[in-house]
Write a protein that binds this ligand. Sequence first.
Ligand SMILES: O=C(O)CCc1c2[nH]c(c1CC(=O)O)Cc1[nH]c(c(CC(=O)O)c1CCC(=O)O)Cc1[nH]c(c(CC(=O)O)c1CCC(=O)O)Cc1[nH]c(c(CCC(=O)O)c1CC(=O)O)C2
Length: 345
Amino acid sequence: MPFNDTILKAAYGEKTTHTPVWFMRQAGRSQPEYRKIKETHSLFEITHDPELCAYVTKLPVDQYNTDAAILYKDIMSPLGAIGVDVEIKSGIGPVIGNPIRSIQDVERLGQIQPEQDVPYILDTIKLLTTEQLNVPLIGFTGAPFTLASYMIEGGPSKNYNKTKAMMYEQPEAWHLLMEKLSDMCITYTHAQIDAGCKMIQVFDSWVGALNKADYHEFIAPHMRRIFAGIKEKNVPVTTFGVGASHLIEEWNALPVDVLGLDWRLQIEEARAKGITKTLQGNLDPAILLAPWPVIESHLKRILDQGLQSDSYIFNLGHGVFPEVQPDTLRRVSEFVHDYSTQYKK
Ligand SMILES: O=C(O)CCc1c2[nH]c(c1CC(=O)O)Cc1[nH]c(c(CC(=O)O)c1CCC(=O)O)Cc1[nH]c(c(CC(=O)O)c1CCC(=O)O)Cc1[nH]c(c(CCC(=O)O)c1CC(=O)O)C2
C-alpha cells in the first residue's frame, strides 16, 4: 500500500480526497489489548520497551484505520532528563517529587540530550517508521506552560495558583523556566523528527487558564520560538489547548500550521473570526458515549463545517475516555472517511 500522507497535506491546506482522522489518546485507554498489558506494565515500562511501545502505538491505526499514529508516551516523559523527579501515580496522574518554586530551582534544571536520555523513544520511532507504519507518526511535546504547571504545582491542579504566582510575582524565574523548557521542546522534537516523525503536536493543554493579555506577554514569545524552531525541520506543527478558544487569534499569529480546538468553539465560529489556518477537532469526547444516531448527527454538523475548506483534520476536542467502546472509534473513523469522500467528489 502506498504511504498515506493525507494528514500532512491537510495540515498545509492542500487538496485531499478525504478528511484525515486521528483521535487524541487513541492508543490505550479503551482498548482491551492495552488494558491487558497495563495489568502487568506501567506507562514507564511500556515506553522503555520499543517493541511493546510500537505495538501499543500501532494498534489504533490498524483497528480504527486512522490517518496518523501518535507515539505512546506522556508529556512528562522527557522531564526526568532535565532533573525533574516525576512519577505517574495511578489514580492521581503525574506527581513531582521536587517542585519548582524559586529561581534557584529553575537554574538547577539541565538540558535534554535525547540520544542519551530517551534512546528508547527514538528506537520506538525508528521501528515504527522504518518497518511498521503506512501513515505519518506524530511526535509530540508538552508546551512550557502546561509542563510548568505540573512542575510548579507538584501534580495536577485545578486553579494553577502557584504557577500563576510565579508568573506574576517572579517574572525573571518564570521567563528563565519558559526558556529552558522551550529549549527542551525544540531539542526533543528535533530528535523525534530525525528519528522519523513526520508531524509534531505541541500540547498546551492547560494554557486556557490564562487570559489573552497574559498569554501575549508571558507565553507567546516562547511559543513563537518553539514553533519556528521545530519548523526548521520542515514538518507541520499543531498547537492544542483545552478551554483556550479565547486564545485562537493569538495562536493564529504564531508560526504554527494547525490549531487544535476543543469542543467549545465551533469550526464555523473559528472561521468567522478570520482563522484560515488548518483546524483540527472537535467532537466533544463525551458524545462518544451516546447512542450512534446522536454521534452521527454531531459528526455531520462538524464535518459540514470542516469540509468548507481542505484545511481540516478530524479529531476529538480532547482525549478519548477509557469507557468508550473501540467499535465506536472504528465507526467514527469510517463515517468521517466515507462522508468526506462523498463530499469531496
Ligand atoms: O490522563 C490520564 O490518563 C490521567 C493521568 C495523567 C497522565 N498524564 C497526564 C495526566 C493528567 C493529569 O493527571 O493531569 C498529563 C497529560 N498527558 C498528556 C497530556 C496532553 C493532553 O492529552 O492534552 C496531559 C495533560 C492534559 C491531560 O491530562 O489531558 C498526553 C498523553 N498522555 C499519554 C499519551 C499517549 C497515549 O495516550 O497514547 C499522551 C499524548 C498523546 C495523545 O493524545 O495520544 C499517556 C498517558 N499518560 C498518563 C496515562 C495513565 C498512565 C497510568 O495510569 O499508568 C497514560 C496512558 C493511558 O491513558 O492509558 C498519565
